[in-house]
Design a protein around this ligand. Sequence first.
Ligand code: PGA
Length: 260
Amino acid sequence: MRRKMVAGNWKMNMNFQEAEELLDELVDRLDKELEGHDVDVVVCPPAPYLEMAYDLGTSEEDENQVYFSVGAQNVNEHDKGAYTGEISASMLASMNVEYCIVGHSERRKYYAESNQQVARKVEILLQNEIVPIVCCGESLEERESGNHFKVIEKQLAESLFQLKPLDFARLVIAYEPVWAIGTGKTATPAEAQEVHAFIRNLIQEKYGKEMARQTTLLYGGSCNAATAPELFACPDIDGGLIGGASLKADDFIRIINAFE
Ligand code: PGA
């Protein structure tokens, strides 16, 4: 179902103590400032901190009081077995992980993650009742050569459009232009909105109008407290996948507050 959402992708940052401090501060601020807000907040810390994030993000007195949901940054596409160093979807599910980022451009670039591998990861996550946050987006070269729409269409067609409607309905898509990630160069609201509308249209062609209307689409790439309000005001942008700015509680809270 379409929701307002802000997800923090911590990437490979923070030692254990720093992570604990940031999570504590987030809980404190969310408790005080955002009571009754209707934004889904997700924190995606490095894997060793997932359990701590779940424990701190859920009230000790009331299990239903959840300050934020917990997401992983990656998952292995296999069920289980001899894959040293890897983490399976069922392990994540058994630790109350509700979301998992898939197909981030850094994984595509440094670990050669293909659209086909993304498709398998999405499927195994859905089998384990974890919501995939599936990233797509073009490089600077692809944008400058005017190929960005084609690139995004291929990414979605090869990694998601094999899904049955009931499965597709459970995922979240993040548009993250690679040239905007970690560069301080946010896409303009007009540039982001144009691609989001394009993605919604692709979903409509494949799955129909209602599915397009109900899919949550996030923007990611140097989104911060200053740029979030204008981005989130765009009709097809439902929130953000936030890297650098999710590492400071104050910035992250201001981004959660950026919806009109
Ligand atoms: P950034 O990262 O906000 O630091 O650009 C976003 C992301 O990679 O998810």
